[in-house]
Design a protein around this ligand. Structure first.
Ligand code: PHE
Length: 371
């Protein structure tokens, strides 16, 4: 066996390896369990003592030389790889600092988060429903049968085709169908149903467009179903919510009799404001000199027929519901005056009225921390 030739050949192969993968293949080929040099070492056992004396050191020297050459080549290839990376990944420290990240949270999203935070503190869960509704959930179950005049007042967008059950399909005109869905869901989970405390924020659609109306806008629905619920609970809940939302203790509400098919009695809720330099500032009684009332939301005690449509016994369960425009709430708190700009997607408007993504509304931090 010519160990010198074997060694020359191995060292030449190692020197020729151009990358770490090839080098590793060579290492395994020489020194791995089945490697050629490992094989030579195994022959030592079968040799006579004299043979081993002369051959052993040659094989060991061969192994050492190859091990050493592999290590050196590996270091050289790694250095070269690092040099190549350093040359290609340039950091130019003289460049200007990157701009602060752009993008902001839309006021509608921020206000919905604020509402979820405020109502969660009062034990309300957030519920949702589809924006493409059928006329049973949007109207019939809410005590608006097909011939009801209130249907005509909703400026509904209808789809050309009915659903599989022959129901007219439409874009929901309000978040009230979520009342029905939430009641049906609670009865399904829990026969006997209720109690139930939810808010349902989301998009709604009406064929209507001017400075204060857009074909798509946002509402938040509130629904409480329990035993012995009265109008007092409704008034307390709305007062607590509006004080937390506007972050003022002097919010004063006025409840006026009104009409909605799905509530009986129905109450329109106005909030008192003061005129300061021609601007309306919420707070104080609207009856005080220089003050006035602003219509804010619709509400009432859930109609017995609606409770029954939700699958609950109206003799056992009572409730109240309310619906309020989220865009309107945002305008009142953050001072925008044109609703249409909410949905123009103008980056300047978004940058001005948007919120820092880190300003997650919390009650302890003030729900509307830093615009
Ligand atoms: N759904 C009504 C609307 O869109 C608001 C409302 C909700 C009124 C719940 C009473 C109770 O105008």
């Amino acid at each position: 066996m010519n160990y010198a030739a074997t060694r020359e050949d191995a060292l030449a192969q190692i020197a020729a390896a151009q990358d770490l993968g090839t080098l590793e293949t060579l290492r395994v080929g020489f020194l791995g369990k089945q490697g050629s040099i490992s094989g030579l070492l195994k022959t030592l056992g079968a040799m006579s003592a004299e043979e081993r004396q002369s051959t052993g050191p040659q094989i060991h020297a061969l192994r050492e030389a190859v091990t050493e050459a592999l290590a050196q080549r590996k270091a050289a290839l790694e250095d070269a790889a690092l040099d190549a990376r350093l040359a290609s990944e340039v950091v130019d420290l003289t460049l200007p600092a990157p701009e602060t990240p752009r993008g902001s949270i839309h006021p509608v999203s921020q206000v919905m988060d604020e509402l979820a935070e405020i109502f969660a503190d009062m034990g309300f869960a957030v519920a949702t429903g589809p924006e493409i509704e059928d006329d049973w959930h949007n109207f019939t179950a809410l005590n608006m049968p097909e011939t009801h005049p209130a249907r005509a007042m909703h400026d509904t967008f209808y789809f050309p085709d009915k659903d599989g059950e022959g129901r007219e399909m439409l874009l929901r005109t309000h978040t009230s169908p979520v009342q029905i869905r939430a009641m049906i869901a609670v009865v399904k989970d829990n026969p006997g149903g209720a109690p139930l405390r939810i808010i349902a924020p989301g998009r709604v659609y009406r064929s209507d467009s001017d400075a204060t109306h857009t074909p798509m806008f946002h509402q938040v629905e509130g629904l409480v179903i329990d035993r012995g619920i009265t109008l007092g609970h409704l008034k307390w809940t709305l007062e607590t919510f509006l004080k937390a939302y506007f972050e003022r203790e002097d919010i004063v509400l006025r409840l006026r009799p009104s009409y909605f098919p799905f509530t009986e009695p129905s109450v329109e809720v106005d909030v008192g404001f003061a005129l300061l330099n021609g601007k309306r500032v919420l707070g104080g009684s609207g009856d005080a000199p220089g003050h006035g009332w602003m219509e804010l939301l619709g509400s009432g005690m859930v109609n017995r027929k609606v409770i029954a449509a939700g699958g609950l016994d109206p003799d056992e369960w009572q409730g109240f519901a309310f619906g309020v425009g989220v865009d309107r709430l945002a305008m009142l708190k953050y001072g925008m005056d044109d609703l249409r700009a909410f949905f123009d997607g103008d980056l300047r408007w978004n940058a001005h009225y948007g919120f820092n993504p880190h300003d997650v509304p919390t009650l302890s931090g003030g729900v509307g921390a830093g615009a």
